[in-house]
Design a protein around this ligand. Structure first.
Ligand code: F0G
Length: 391
């Protein structure tokens, strides 16, 4: 399902100067959101995330104009909040009191927060052992009912869809709910505004269940239909993790459908998905925009995560860093040129999944080890040894 906006009548009533007078946020673009005028949004201050120029990382990748849209700056630390503020406000408008989702972690953290804000009951189904600690802590803190499912995300999604079909009072909040995608499309509108009324040449997005890339593409298409954005529109580039890449594989083989992966595997738990619900929309977005899909290994993901954190000060969880890993790979293969204006979407904060960093990267050292390393490097070691209290 997809929300179709009556863009003709929106265009007549729309003054983009109204947008400019409002803070950069999801609700700046209220005219394009399917919520009645009299409803007060359930909001925690979502959207309005920074578009950071990344010259050092760009230098590493060989791209002159690289920017990162840091969705980790959202209230619960991921892009999911854009969709959730609209989805929960819609649930309120429809008179719902109980919301549910299946999740690899971020959707459940976000839904739990917004449901708490709206005073709704919240049930989340998660793959047992497959959710990063930070995300689980968020869902617990916000008081969600957390159900662990034996199996992976795809099974949890199947179960919650079945449950929703049998339980009319339960409102399903996965991205198969098209209202959520309406909130997520605002990322495109923000990037357009942040670039001074222009689009980049390409937008690189991590892909799991595949709702986000299609939502972002919808945002650009609506800007074009409103006469605000002139073609060419950006190429949409979707990145999946090698062990969970059914859409990338379908794209590369030119197939019109995906082969689901029974046991998806990747360090990027957020996108450990073998049967993405919105695969058709994602393939359409990529093909219509002249973009492409690529897959990256866990090693490439972790090294991109480290590069982004250490070169630019942006700490992203592994799934989020897959866009950076994909960019590096596509620059190397020549699919992205060094002159293109590139926006990489970094979808969630690194603190969501601290375990992976502690396990994969060099951790702390003892003071003696530190002194030895100073000695090995020569200068500076002696002065530190003489006055350890100042170290
Ligand atoms: N990045 C992060 C950090 C995510 O949490 C997700 C999806 C994605 C990328 C992929 O976005 O599904 O729209 O293609 N997380 C979902 C969840 C599945 O349950 O939190 P997508």
């Amino acid at each position: 399902m997809e929300v179709v906006c009556d863009l003709e009548s929106i265009r007549e009533g729309l003054k983009p100067s109204d947008w400019a007078s409002r803070p950069l946020s999801v609700w700046r673009y209220r005219e394009l959101l399917p919520i009645g005028r009299r409803i007060e949004p359930i909001s925690l201050g979502e959207g309005g995330t920074s578009l950071h120029p990344c010259p050092r990382l760009g230098g590493m990748a060989g791209i002159r104009r690289l920017m990162v849209k840091n969705e980790g700056e959202n209230p619960t630390g991921s892009f999911k909040d854009r969709g959730m503020t609209v989805g929960i406000t819609k649930a309120l408008e429809l008179g719902k009191g109980w919301v549910a989702c299946a999740s690899t972690g971020n959707t459940s953290a976000s839904l739990a927060a917004y449901a708490a804000r709206a005073g709704m009951r919240c049930t989340v189904l998660v793959p047992k052992g497959g959710v990063a600690y930070g995300k689980m802590a968020q869902a617990i803190a916000h008081g969600a009912e957390i159900v662990e499912v034996e199996g992976n995300f795809d099974r949890a999604l199947g179960l919650v869809i079945e449950l929703a079909a049998k339980t009319p009072e339960l409102y399903l909040m996965n991205s198969v709910n098209p209202y959520r995608l309406e909130g997520q499309k605002t990322l495109a509108l923000e990037v357009f505004d942040q670039l001074g009324g222009r689009a980049p040449d390409c937008v690189v997005v991590p892909v799991g269940n595949a709702g986000n890339i299609s939502a972002i593409w919808k945002g650009f298409r609506e800007l074009e239909a409103l006469g605000l954005l002139k073609p060419p529109l950006p190429r949409m580039i979707g990145i999946q993790a090698e062990g969970a890449a059914p859409i990338a594989k379908a794209f590369k083989s030119g197939s019109s459908s995906i082969d689901p992966i029974e046991r998806p595997a990747t360090v990027a738990t957020a996108i450990r998905i073998g049967k993405p619900a919105s695969w058709k929309k994602a393939l359409r977005a990529v093909r219509e925009s002249g973009g492409l899909m690529e897959e990256v290994s866990d090693e490439e993901i972790l090294s991109a995560q480290r590069a982004l954190a250490s070169k630019e000060g942006i700490f992203a969880e592994p799934a989020s860093a897959s866009s950076i890993a994909g960019l590096m790979k596509l620059r190397e293969s020549g699919e992205i040129s060094g002159d293109e204006v590139v926006v990489c979407v970094v979808t969630g904060h690194g603190l969501k999944d601290p375990d992976v960093v502690v396990k994969s990267f060099k951790g702390p050292m003892g003071f003696q080890e530190f002194l030895s390393s100073m000695m090995a490097m020569g200068a500076g070691a002696r002065s530190t040894q003489r006055s350890p209290s100042r170290a």
